[in-house]
Ligand binder design. Structure first.
Ligand code: SAM
Length: 221
């Protein structure tokens, strides 16, 4: 399939509606200069996350998978003056680069980067009786997505929006015989979502400057 049309239309939307300032552009650039995989959300997806966080008046945001802080910047900018975002990142180099990018954006007072394994950090948050979050973005390793989502639900309240990225994987989720553990992880997650009575959810297919994929969007009932 020729995806060029989706890329060109995405760029058109960017030109119209998604001006990026220096902080966002430098955060994107840092992936290349710091030799970090180019797997951040696209500008249009960053803006979508920001709009969804604003639409639920999020004051407390949790992000699982920081990379270099590109989506973190979009999301933190949705917060009011007294808002807080906690972002979890396993790789210490990614966390260091993210810290610089977040500081350059002037958002360091609102953002806490926790350098650790998402599962351990989420379990600890539950043990510490962390206040619930209004918006949660899951964007880390795919095999444990179901578990991340279950933990995220326990860190939520009625009305919390939970987003899980990369759940369509170029359509590979249709392959029931896939041996790719990322595909198997999101297939398991998508099935869990369909059976889960505690959320109202859908999956939005995403096309554009990044590969064809999808974001699960759920609201806790
Ligand atoms: C897709 S990237 C996140 C992209 C970022 N949200 C953005 O759009 O700018 C996934 C990140 O999750 C991190 N990661 C992978 N497994 C993890 C784990 N078990 N715990 C915490 N972070 C993890 C990776 O090191 C990587 O930086």
């Amino acid at each position: 399939m020729n995806y060029k049309i989706f890329e060109n239309v995405d760029k058109y939307i960017e030109r119209l509606l998604i001006p990026q300032d220096e902080a966002l552009l430098k955060a994107e650039e840092s992936l290349v200069t710091e030799n970090i995989p180019l797997i951040s959300v696209s500008p249009n997806q960053g803006k979508l996350l920001q709009i969804l966080a604003m639409s639920c008046n999020a004051k407390r945001i949790l992000e699982i998978g920081t990379l270099a802080g590109y989506s973190t910047i979009w999301l933190t900018r949705a917060l009011p003056e007294d808002g807080k975002l906690i972002t979890i990142e396993f790789d210490s180099h990614h966390a260091e680069v993210a810290k610089k990018n977040i500081t350059r954006a002037g958002l360091e007072d609102k953002v806490t980067i926790i350098n650790g394994k998402a599962m351990d950090v989420l379990e600890k948050m539950l043990g510490d009786k962390e206040e619930p979050f209004d918006f949660i973005f899951i964007d880390a390793d795919k095999p444990p997505y179901t578990k991340y989502f279950q933990l995220a639900m326990r860190l939520s309240h009625k009305g919390t929006i939970i987003i899980a990225d990369n759940v369509i994987r170029d359509g590979e989720i249709l392959d029931e015989n896939s041996s790719d553990e990322k595909v198997i992880g999101v297939q398991r997650f998508n099935k869990f979502l369909s059976d889960c009575k505690e959320v109202n959810a859908t999956i939005l297919q995403t096309v554009g400057v990044k590969e064809y994929d999808g974001m699960a969007i759920a609201v806790v009932k």
